[in-house]
Design a protein around this ligand. Sequence first.
Ligand SMILES: C[S@@+](CC[C@H](N)C(=O)[O-])C[C@H]1O[C@@H](n2cnc3c(N)ncnc32)[C@H](O)[C@@H]1O
Length: 294
Amino acid sequence: MTSRTDHDHRLSDGKRGSPDYNSRLYGCSSESSNAARIVITEDGSPTLFSTRFNQCYHNRAGAYTESRHVFFKQTGVIRALQDQLDFTVVETGFGTGFHVLMLESLRKECKSGSKVRFFSVEKYPVPQELMSALNFSDLFPQAGSLSAELLHFSGKLAESTPGQTHSGQFGNTSLHVYHGDFLDWDITRGEDADFFFHDAFSPDVNPDMWTLEVFQKLIRKASEQAVLGTYCSATRARAAMVLAGWHVARADGPPGKREMTLASVSEKKLTAYKRVNEARLKERFSASSLAAAK
Ligand SMILES: C[S@@+](CC[C@H](N)C(=O)[O-])C[C@H]1O[C@@H](n2cnc3c(N)ncnc32)[C@H](O)[C@@H]1O
């Protein structure tokens, strides 16, 4: 099993020995900053390795296993599907669209009629050629034709001009993806969200997505019972959440990772989890100290 620090679970390539470990190369662009390649993770599911961020889009210990655990099980999304609730998800980092297919697969697995509004953002859309090579139809057979439809959607997103929002219907999920930077995004255009999937690259390589400003922007869109889930357990990231007004708890991580983080506006939503010491984080960190670390 991979060794980890408290926040580097999407290990940079250099930490994993051979750069071609379990990977297939795809020259998706002549610009090296846009190059990426496919990596088969330890549970057999594929993900991408980003040359721009020098990191995988999902955990090498298991992309499917991590996403299901962190974003769907621990946040309560699976329970909401089982309870036939309609809800709204906000995701930070659309990437491969993995979570839309997983959501629709789980909805079918749970025999759920839930209707879901799913809002996401992507600054660097994944080229269609690379999306196609991920073969998500093999990973999500229950999603049926939705994998092909997502491929088409991703192609349009990748070709679009930044500043546009692309919308589509995927089973019971209405999807809206903003092509651009998180800070320019008018997240749900008025609607409050019930679940937040905070799925940027880790703070060491993608620090602009873990600031106080980011978590303040997210909490302004949170419904009273909203839950935010992230694979990250870095102290600074938790401090940014606390200073933004979120209550924060530790939860068991996916295989290979001791902890993840759950946050909510409602303390009641976190009663089953061990809370972080929010007072201590407020003493230790300030808005200016967190901003200075950007
Ligand atoms: C860890 S990957 C997301 C994985 C994605 N949820 C999936 O399942 O494939 C993080 C994503 O955030 C995007 N990203 C990074 N910084 C961003 C920013 N400032 N604004 C919008 N998207 C950003 C990256 O391009 C990348 O696609």
